[in-house]
Each structure stands twice: as C-alpha cells, then as structure tokens.
Design a protein around this ligand. Structure first.
Ligand code: ZN
Length: 280
C-alpha cells in the first residue's frame, strides 16, 4: 500500500498582510472560505491563526469561534482536522493563548517547544510554566499538540516534557525551517532535525515547511525522508521566485502533485486522524 502523506495548510499566520499578497485571508469569512478550498485541494489539516480588524495577529477567542462556526455552517461536508495556534500574538498573555482551546477543544493545537527572538523584532516567550500548563491542559482536553520546533534544542525540550509526563507519546512535530533566529532551511538541517527526533523521541511523526527560498527544497526532502508537509501563506506569500501566490489552494495543489509523483498518496482527514492518533 502506498504511504500516505498529510498536507497541513497554514492559511494566514500572524504576519503577512494584503500589501504583501492581496490573496492572504484575513477575516473569519475569508479564512473559512480558504479552509474549504484547501480541503478540496487535498489538505487534511488546517492550521489557523486569527487577525484583528486592523489585520494584526490576535488570540481573540471570538474570532476563532466565529471562524469555526462559519466553516461548519457554510461547508457542512468539510471534515478537515482543525489545528489552532496558541502563538498568534507575541503580546498575548498565557491565559488568553489557551482560552480558545478551552472553549473550542480542537483536535489539534500548536505547542511551541521553547523561546526565541521572533523575526528580529520581538520576544517569542514559551516559559517552562506555560509549556507545563499547556501540555497538561491539552492532555486533559484530549487535544493533540503539534510540537513546533524551530531548532534542535526544542526537540530536546519536547523529550524532557515527554519524560516528565507533560507530553504523551507518540509526539507529532512540525519542523519550522528557515525562520529568522531558528535553524536555517536546508536538506542537511532537515535530516539533522529528523535524526535528533528519532533518537530523542522515537516513534514520533513529523511534518515540516521551509519559509521563503527554502520552501521547495524542504518539501521535496520531506517527502523523500517520509515526513508530512505544511504549506500556505503563513509561511510563504510567493509561489515561486518573483511570483505571488494566487491562493492557499495553489500551494496545496502543488504539494499534492509532489506527493503523488513520488509515489505516495495524499492522506484524507480521516487517514490523518489515524496516523496522528487523534481523538475520535
Ligand atoms: Zn502558526
């Protein structure tokens, strides 16, 4: 049987604006429509951030509620796995970062396994207390953490929380490659991230993306190494050098082609649930 590869679509993130690419979805309505179109194109997981009315990243619970309601009412057949960020605003306090998770109990939510400087402009703090509370909360609510690792130290940190019982095996990682202040995006570095994960947290699943010019290199390498893929405007507003992306679906369609050309199959949402061990 062909191996199934999961495509996660990260449709908006907290940073790109309409002036960077007019096709970035910003409002709950635009985000809901994009979730439907990426699902149609083959995405099994939607990783969601929200924007405030000025287009800045926000952790406002009402925006998450409104968006999920719109997806449900407009597109009742859309069975995509919902993965909500806990890091959509570096100024949000720890309580507000998980308020929407408590209310909506999504199947997955992001778990950023360490602190770093963010885009050379601010501090992205994930304190030991936040990571402990968040890990235990996710267990209590049966929300699968997507462990975002921006460098190999964050994988070691996940191994520590696994040992402490804050996280439960099997873990699922998202290797974030090529972000400023994180590990640079190269095949060699991706192999190192995977090997670090295999030795410290054996039996884990993983996905990855490369920002900017490393996007394609990381995508092809990930498929070859047996990983899953994340694509979308959170990570790239350019489809290729000098060409703005038309839509999030365009990224998903390309990822699906790469997966199929390699000889794998694109995982459906239910297959992704199986692979990731999500709640029934
Ligand atoms: Zn995100």
């Amino acid at each position: 049987m062909a191996k199934k590869t999961i495509i996660t679509a990260a449709v908006t993130g907290a940073w790109p604006k309409k002036e960077n690419n007019p096709n970035v979805p910003m409002t709950p309505s635009e985000i809901a429509d994009d979730v439907y179109s990426v699902w149609k194109a083959g995405a099994a997981v939607a990783h969601l951030h929200m924007r405030d009315d000025e287009g800045n990243g926000t952790m406002n619970t009402d925006k998450f509620v409104e968006t999920l309601d719109l997806i449900k009412t407009r597109y009742p057949d859309c069975d995509i796995v919902i993965n909500l960020t806990t890091s959509g605003d570096i100024h949000a306090d720890d309580e507000i970062r998980v308020a929407h998770v408590k209310k909506l109990k999504p199947e997955m939510a992001s778990y950023d396994c360490g602190s770093m400087n963010w885009l050379n402009s601010g501090l992205f703090i994930n304190s030991p207390k936040f990571l402990e509370d968040c890990g235990l909360l996710f267990q209590e609510l049966n929300v699968k953490p997507e462990i975002e690792a921006f460098d190999p130290g964050m994988i070691a940190n996940a191994a520590y929380y696994l040992k402490k019982g804050v996280l439960k095996a099997p873990l699922h990682f998202q290797f974030c490659m090529g972000c400023a202040n994180g590990i640079t995006g190269s095949v060699k570095n991706l192999v190192f991230m995977k090997e670090t994960m295999d030795s410290l947290c054996p039996g884990s699943t993983w996905s990855t993306f490369g920002v900017g010019h490393s996007a394609m290199e990381i995508m092809y390498a990930a498929v070859a190494l047996g990983g899953h893929l994340r694509v979308g405007m959170e990570d790239n507003v350019m489809y290729s050098k000098g060409v703005l992306a038309d839509s999030n679906a365009q990224f998903v369609e390309r990822a699906a082609r790469v997966i199929r050309e390699f000889g794998n199959e694109v995982a459906t949402p239910d297959e992704a649930r199986e692979i990731l061990g999500l709640k029934k």
